[in-house]
Design a protein. Structure first.
Length: 497
């Protein structure tokens, strides 16, 4: 069966499709079947340079940054509507390309991004300028004369040419998290997706043509690390936004430094879920399994360190095991499937190495730790739970990006907070307790960009997302989302003569 949006002969540059030779294409495989779903174009430095030049021209001389905000928002709103109309085509593509289960693809990988998209559209219409107070001052050219009186206005202007480099684990969401605020702010964009999930980005070329986006405003290229290095270092690029690993994020900071670019980074995490002695064990354990089973653990904000009070730790671990062993693993295109594959063999190899590391360090394997025996094809791995983990172990400190939980015991709340903060990451965290006031107090002590108490709401359009420490710089979503793609300018003027 042909998968929609998996047939692109070229890259989208300066408002048109640029064809590449037959040798500049490679297979994109379904991680559940290991079979090709299509061939994607692979760009070179030549295409990347052309895309940057197109974006530069569109920003410097084109209409997009100069349009009234209402007109820009109206055009981007058409992109939202067009994407909604294509839902029945886009969702099967995401399942085949990214390995998402059907419920995950529908709810968290399509519906949720579209809700955030809609929120950004409305937020873009709110006034972005603010008035400075009226002030008086001595006239330096006539000190004995009348004082001066004046005021000012602070305006926000688009940051300029933005390169957006995105990850495979939530491609539509991550692509939208870059494109939507950048375009609404008046920036021009060069988008480079992961080689594992190129189709979730290339489809935006079709959308750009359909809604009539001016040439050069959105450009989409693919390619290797050399292409990415150009996109993060070229002097014609004003801002880089990246979602991915901390190591690549650090490299991007270094590459952007010589030209002093603005950089927005959403990086890795090793989030801690604190389960206090008074917690509802069943509810906490259900969330604990959800955190590692959600998209096979391929989420930067997922809680993989479970810091559990020793008085309830045996019950918590036993409940996690019972739940994990009931999870249905299989092809994500099957509606019965609850756990799909990892993205590639290399990802599964890394998980296997880390699981062995946990064993070698003395952690106790409770369940999982193997490939599911009934899945002969695809990059599947069982939900895995370790108990008796020391917070200093590698499985407690390093991001595994797979369905692996490390359960760590504690005796006091202060100890739990110290262990949660004892990480080079600081993206997210969670607390389970029947004492919401105490949970709130502990949440304020966690050095993370977000904390979910008792499972949270599972959606919050106004919540900013981003991390402390090596989990990144800047925030996506929320009130300041669009502001990340702007610069502030103060214009000061006299009042009167």
């Amino acid at each position: 069966m042909s998968i929609p949006h998996t047939h692109f002969d070229g890259l989208f540059i300066d408002g048109a499709w640029v064809s590449l030779s037959a040798g500049q294409h490679e297979d994109v495989i379904n991680p559940a079947t290991e079979e090709p779903i299509g061939r994607a174009p692979v760009g070179t430095l030549s295409e990347a340079r052309a895309a940057i030049a197109a974006a530069r021209r569109a920003f410097d001389t084109g209409p997009w940054p100069r349009l009234p905000q209402a007109e820009r928002t109206a055009m981007v709103r058409r992109m939202h509507a067009t994407l909604l109309r294509r839902a029945e085509q886009v969702i099967p593509m995401m399942v085949a390309e990214g390995g998402f289960t059907l419920p995950l693809a529908h709810a968290m990988q399509f519906q949720r991004p579209m809700e955030l998209f809609a929120a950004a559209l409305e937020r873009s219409l709110q006034p972005s300028s603010r008035a400075l107070p009226v002030e008086t001052a001595m006239n330096p050219f006539n000190p004995a004369g009348a004082a001066l009186i004046g005021a000012g206005t602070v305006v926000r202007e688009p940051a300029g040419v933005v390169t957006a480099i995105t990850a495979y684990n939530a491609p539509l969401l991550i692509n939208l998290s870059k494109l939507v605020p950048a375009l609404l702010a008046g920036c021009t964009v060069v988008l480079k997706p992961s080689a594992y999930t190129p189709f979730s980005a290339l489809l935006f070329g079709e959308l750009a043509l359909e809604i009539g986006l001016p040439p050069g405003v959105l450009n989409i290229v693919t390619g290797d690390a050399e292409v990415a290095r150009l996109l993060t270092s070229d002097a014609d690029v004003d801002m880089v936004t990246f979602t991915g690993s901390e190591g690549v994020g650090a490299a991007i900071l270094a590459q952007a430094a010589p030209t002093i670019k603005k950089v927005l980074l959403e990086l890795g995490g090793k989030s801690a879920l604190i389960v206090r002695a008074d917690a509802d064990v069943q509810k906490a354990a259900m969330e604990g399994v959800f955190q590692i089973a959600n998209h096979c653990g391929q989420g930067c904000a997922l809680a993989t360190r479970h810091i559990v009070h020793n008085s309830i730790r045996p019950a918590y671990v036993a409940t996690m095991q019972a739940i994990a062993e009931q999870i249905v693993i299989g092809n994500p295109a099957d509606p019965r499937t609850q756990l799909g594959p990892l993205i590639r063999a290399a990802s599964r190899d890394k998980v296997e190495r880390m699981v062995q590391q946990g064993r070698d360090e003395g952690a106790r394997l409770v369940c999982g730790g193997t490939r599911p025996a009934h899945m002969q094809r695809g990059f599947f791995y069982d939900v895995t739970v370790f108990d008796d983990v020391d917070n200093r172990m590698r499985i407690a400190q390093d991001e595994i990006f797979g369905p692996v939980a490390s359960v760590i015991g504690f005796d006091t709340d202060d100890e739990a907070v110290r262990m949660a903060n004892d990480s080079r990451y600081g993206l997210y965290g969670g607390i389970h307790s029947r004492d919401p006031a105490k949970a709130w107090e502990m949440a304020l002590q966690l050095r993370t960009g977000g904390v979910i108490i008792n499972g949270g709401l599972y959606r919050q359009n106004d919540a900013p997302f981003g991390g402390y420490k090596r989990s990144g710089l800047g925030r996506e979503y929320g009130d300041g989302w669009l502001h990340e793609y702007t610069q502030e300018k103060a214009i000061v003027y006299p009042i009167g003569l």
